[in-house]
Design a protein around this ligand. Structure first.
Ligand code: ZN
Ligand code: ZN
Length: 187
């Protein structure tokens, strides 16, 4: 347990640049994610199926969602000037047999964590969003460790964005994603 915590802290502190809420910008959304991992980039470096510079008629859907960078006139979730590390690939699946489930699928309220704690196991509550590149790095790390035999249960909480019910409830004082709460084997 202590090793896992130390590794997580090290990972979060040194490897990851978190996904912060940025009030001066639009909202990042999952609208710019490709549907497959083998997506091809257009000349703007964005999946050619979703690029708004290639398909200007798609702009409205992003603006309606609040996903728009006014400074660069592209969706926030496609603005590589503001977010050079954007990852357009869809989220990775966990390794076979891993105990990973999503307890909040679309930002809905989450009254308490305790009912979701898995008795006798380390339970990692992972607050994430599909557009959060740093969250992907955490997934990759945890899934690799699980494939190597790490015994943890992961309960994922999809916040969708910083204005969702679950964000208001749990992340009022949290500046960046990913954010994890870990319960030890004895709760
Ligand atoms: Zn393009
Ligand atoms: Zn921008």
């Amino acid at each position: 347990m202590r090793t896992l915590l130390a590794l997580l802290c090290l990972l979060l502190a040194s490897t990851l640049i978190g996904c912060a809420a940025s009030p001066a910008h639009g909202k990042l959304s999952a609208l710019s994610l490709a549907t497959t991992h083998d997506w091809k980039a257009c000349r703007h470096g964005v999946p050619d199926s979703v690029c708004v510079q290639c398909h200007p008629n798609r702009a409205k859907a992003y603006k309606d969602r609040g996903d728009w960078c006014p400074e660069h006139s592209v969706p926030e979730s496609q603005c590589l000037k503001c977010h050079p590390d954007l990852d357009f690939s869809p989220p990775k699946a966990p390794p076979k047999g891993a105990d990973v489930s999503e307890i909040v699928k679309a930002g809905e309220a989450l009254p308490a964590l305790e009912p979701h704690v898995v008795p006798g196991r380390i339970t990692v509550f992972d607050f994430y969003a599909a557009w959060c590149t740093a969250c992907r790095k955490l997934d990759t790390y945890l899934y690799t460790r699980i494939a190597q035999g790490l015994q943890v249960s992961i309960r994922k909480i999809n916040i969708v964005d910083w204005d969702s019910k679950v964000s208001e409830q749990w992340l009022a004082n949290v500046p960046e994603l990913p954010y994890v709460i870990i319960y030890g084997k004895r709760g």
